[in-house]
Design a protein around this ligand. Structure first.
Ligand SMILES: [Mg+2]
Length: 197
């Protein structure tokens, strides 16, 4: 039985790609190259690749920007995904699990962002930073994330996973029904696992 649900921030709750579009005044490669998604898969590395940048070209300006992370938009369906998790396991057992990428401003900015959009979350108890999310994997823990390279190792370590369909991951063909698909899979997964016990 699933006891704990971990929810990623960037790409699930917060619009990181949209923030990059604004920051660099460029159209997302996932829109610009909609007929060529495979070329740009690979998580955040796909953006600098598509824009002809190095990873440093992308991350250095973001690192210097004190408002980048706190200013990211709330993604459509973010609240619904969170509330679905709460309905399944209770608020105390829903945790935000996010990477900080080694950036100090990222940590501060993400905490500010959560206080703005999810003020009811206890930051001291239900918010965790981890670059390697599989450290949190267990048979009764479900990770909801938009990155194949987070979901795959989490599952390999014995955890349960849902890859939220996004234009930048292997479920890109389902991107237009991303939120209902995620919510349905959370519910169905939980019911299935509960009945299996
Ligand atoms: Mg993410």
């Amino acid at each position: 039985m699933i006891k704990t649900i971990y929810i990623d921030m960037d790409g699930v709750l917060a619009d990181f790609v949209g923030g990059c579009e604004t920051k660099f005044d460029r159209l997302s490669p996932y829109v610009e190259k909609c007929a060529d998604f495979e070329k740009y898969l690979g998580g955040m590395g796909g953006i600098p690749h598509a824009w002809g940048m190095t990873m440093d070209d992308l991350w250095r300006p973001i690192e210097r920007d004190p408002t980048f992370w706190s200013g990211l938009a709330l993604l459509p369906g973010a609240i619904q995904i969170y509330q679905t998790a709460v309905s399944l396991v209770g608020q105390d057992n829903v945790h935000i699990l996010s990477s900080h990428g080694g950036l100090r401003k990222c940590i501060d900015g993400k905490m500010d962002w959560l206080e703005k959009y999810f003020p009811f979350i206890h930051l001291s108890h239900n918010y965790h930073f981890a670059v390697k999310k599989w450290h949190f994997a267990a048979h009764d823990r479900l990770l909801v994330d938009d990155q194949d390279n987070n979901v795959d190792p989490f599952r390999q370590k014995g955890g349960q996973t849902i890859l939220v369909p996004r234009a930048w991951n292997s479920r890109y063909k389902e991107r237009h029904v991303s939120v209902p698909t995620t919510v349905n899979e959370m519910r169905a997964y939980f019911v299935r696992k509960t009945n299996d016990q």
